[in-house]
Design a protein around this ligand. Structure first.
Ligand SMILES: [Zn+2]
Length: 159
Protein backbone atom coordinates (compact mmCIF):
# COMPACT_ATOMS: atom_id res chain seq x y z
CA UNK A 1 0.00 0.00 0.00
CA UNK A 2 1.24 3.48 -0.84
CA UNK A 3 2.24 5.54 2.18
CA UNK A 4 0.33 8.80 1.81
CA UNK A 5 2.24 10.28 4.75
CA UNK A 6 5.56 10.27 2.90
CA UNK A 7 6.76 13.71 1.72
CA UNK A 8 9.77 14.88 -0.25
CA UNK A 9 11.68 17.70 1.44
CA UNK A 10 13.26 19.12 -1.74
CA UNK A 11 10.05 18.98 -3.74
CA UNK A 12 8.07 20.89 -1.11
CA UNK A 13 10.82 23.53 -0.83
CA UNK A 14 10.84 24.00 -4.60
CA UNK A 15 7.07 24.45 -4.64
CA UNK A 16 7.32 27.02 -1.85
CA UNK A 17 5.31 25.00 0.62
CA UNK A 18 2.41 22.62 0.69
CA UNK A 19 -1.06 22.53 2.18
CA UNK A 20 -3.00 19.30 2.06
CA UNK A 21 -5.48 17.15 3.92
CA UNK A 22 -5.78 13.40 3.86
CA UNK A 23 -8.33 10.80 4.87
CA UNK A 24 -6.60 7.76 6.28
CA UNK A 25 -7.70 4.30 7.28
CA UNK A 26 -7.76 3.50 10.97
CA UNK A 27 -5.70 0.35 10.49
CA UNK A 28 -2.68 2.57 9.83
CA UNK A 29 -2.72 3.74 13.46
CA UNK A 30 -4.30 0.75 15.16
CA UNK A 31 -1.36 0.48 17.59
CA UNK A 32 -1.67 4.14 18.61
CA UNK A 33 -4.82 3.57 20.67
CA UNK A 34 -5.25 1.38 23.73
CA UNK A 35 -7.71 -1.50 23.76
CA UNK A 36 -10.69 -1.62 23.96
CA UNK A 37 -10.70 1.64 21.94
CA UNK A 38 -10.68 1.06 18.17
CA UNK A 39 -9.57 3.66 15.64
CA UNK A 40 -11.95 3.77 12.66
CA UNK A 41 -10.42 6.48 10.49
CA UNK A 42 -8.48 9.72 10.70
CA UNK A 43 -8.36 13.03 8.88
CA UNK A 44 -5.00 14.78 8.78
CA UNK A 45 -4.48 18.43 7.81
CA UNK A 46 -0.95 19.51 6.97
CA UNK A 47 0.70 22.82 6.23
CA UNK A 48 4.39 22.92 5.28
CA UNK A 49 6.04 26.31 5.06
CA UNK A 50 9.52 27.03 3.83
CA UNK A 51 12.13 28.46 6.20
CA UNK A 52 15.65 29.60 5.28
CA UNK A 53 17.20 26.18 5.93
CA UNK A 54 14.20 24.16 6.92
CA UNK A 55 10.62 23.14 6.45
CA UNK A 56 8.14 23.93 9.17
CA UNK A 57 5.20 21.60 9.51
CA UNK A 58 2.00 22.54 11.31
CA UNK A 59 -0.70 19.94 11.33
CA UNK A 60 -3.68 18.46 13.09
CA UNK A 61 -5.37 15.12 13.23
CA UNK A 62 -9.04 14.34 13.84
CA UNK A 63 -9.67 10.67 14.46
CA UNK A 64 -12.92 8.72 14.79
CA UNK A 65 -12.88 6.01 17.41
CA UNK A 66 -15.10 3.41 18.93
CA UNK A 67 -14.74 3.78 22.69
CA UNK A 68 -15.96 1.57 25.49
CA UNK A 69 -17.36 3.72 28.32
CA UNK A 70 -15.22 3.33 31.44
CA UNK A 71 -18.33 3.53 33.66
CA UNK A 72 -21.12 1.61 31.92
CA UNK A 73 -19.12 -0.44 29.37
CA UNK A 74 -21.32 0.76 26.50
CA UNK A 75 -19.63 1.10 23.09
CA UNK A 76 -19.93 4.55 21.56
CA UNK A 77 -18.38 6.57 18.74
CA UNK A 78 -16.38 9.69 19.43
CA UNK A 79 -13.73 11.99 17.98
CA UNK A 80 -10.36 13.09 19.23
CA UNK A 81 -8.31 15.98 17.87
CA UNK A 82 -4.70 16.96 18.34
CA UNK A 83 -2.36 19.56 16.84
CA UNK A 84 1.29 18.91 16.14
CA UNK A 85 4.26 20.72 14.67
CA UNK A 86 7.76 19.81 13.61
CA UNK A 87 10.79 21.38 11.96
CA UNK A 88 12.75 19.48 9.29
CA UNK A 89 16.27 20.47 8.33
CA UNK A 90 17.48 18.84 5.14
CA UNK A 91 16.66 15.23 6.06
CA UNK A 92 18.40 12.44 4.12
CA UNK A 93 15.26 10.34 3.93
CA UNK A 94 11.80 11.36 2.75
CA UNK A 95 9.69 12.82 5.57
CA UNK A 96 7.43 10.11 7.00
CA UNK A 97 4.68 11.50 9.22
CA UNK A 98 3.25 8.13 10.27
CA UNK A 99 4.82 8.07 13.73
CA UNK A 100 4.20 11.79 14.39
CA UNK A 101 0.49 11.41 13.61
CA UNK A 102 0.33 8.15 15.58
CA UNK A 103 1.90 9.78 18.65
CA UNK A 104 -0.55 12.67 18.42
CA UNK A 105 -3.46 10.23 18.40
CA UNK A 106 -2.01 8.47 21.46
CA UNK A 107 -1.69 11.83 23.27
CA UNK A 108 -5.29 12.78 22.56
CA UNK A 109 -6.85 9.48 23.54
CA UNK A 110 -8.77 9.85 26.81
CA UNK A 111 -7.64 7.57 29.63
CA UNK A 112 -11.20 7.04 30.84
CA UNK A 113 -13.67 7.57 28.01
CA UNK A 114 -17.25 8.38 29.06
CA UNK A 115 -20.32 7.86 26.86
CA UNK A 116 -21.72 11.04 28.42
CA UNK A 117 -20.68 13.49 31.16
CA UNK A 118 -23.61 12.26 33.24
CA UNK A 119 -23.11 8.55 32.70
CA UNK A 120 -24.40 6.80 35.80
CA UNK A 121 -22.52 3.59 35.20
CA UNK A 122 -23.84 0.09 35.39
CA UNK A 123 -27.22 -0.24 37.05
CA UNK A 124 -25.97 -3.19 39.06
CA UNK A 125 -23.22 -1.03 40.52
CA UNK A 126 -25.77 0.90 42.55
CA UNK A 127 -26.23 -2.13 44.76
CA UNK A 128 -22.54 -2.79 45.20
CA UNK A 129 -20.55 -1.84 48.29
CA UNK A 130 -18.26 0.46 46.32
CA UNK A 131 -21.12 2.53 45.03
CA UNK A 132 -22.66 2.93 48.50
CA UNK A 133 -19.33 4.06 49.90
CA UNK A 134 -18.98 6.68 47.17
CA UNK A 135 -22.45 8.04 47.86
CA UNK A 136 -21.75 8.13 51.60
CA UNK A 137 -18.74 10.33 50.98
CA UNK A 138 -19.54 13.04 48.42
CA UNK A 139 -16.03 14.48 48.72
CA UNK A 140 -14.68 11.31 47.23
CA UNK A 141 -16.67 12.00 44.07
CA UNK A 142 -15.40 15.60 43.95
CA UNK A 143 -11.83 14.44 44.33
CA UNK A 144 -12.16 12.07 41.40
CA UNK A 145 -13.72 14.72 39.18
CA UNK A 146 -10.92 17.19 39.98
CA UNK A 147 -8.34 14.60 39.19
CA UNK A 148 -9.91 13.84 35.82
CA UNK A 149 -10.17 17.53 34.96
CA UNK A 150 -6.51 18.15 35.83
CA UNK A 151 -5.40 15.19 33.77
CA UNK A 152 -7.35 16.42 30.77
CA UNK A 153 -5.81 19.89 31.08
CA UNK A 154 -2.28 18.55 31.35
CA UNK A 155 -2.73 16.40 28.29
CA UNK A 156 -4.14 19.35 26.38
CA UNK A 157 -1.15 21.53 27.19
CA UNK A 158 1.38 19.01 25.95
CA UNK A 159 2.79 19.20 22.42
ZN1 LIG B 1 -21.38 5.23 30.05
Amino acid sequence: MKNELLFDYGEIREKGGLKTSLKLEGSLFKDSVTEPSVLKDAEVSLSFSVGSDSLLLEGSVRARLNFVCSRCAKTFEGYIEEDFDEVYENPEEPIDLTSLVGESITLAEPLKPLCSENCEGLKEAKNSEDFKKTVDNPFKILKNINFEAKTAKKRGERG
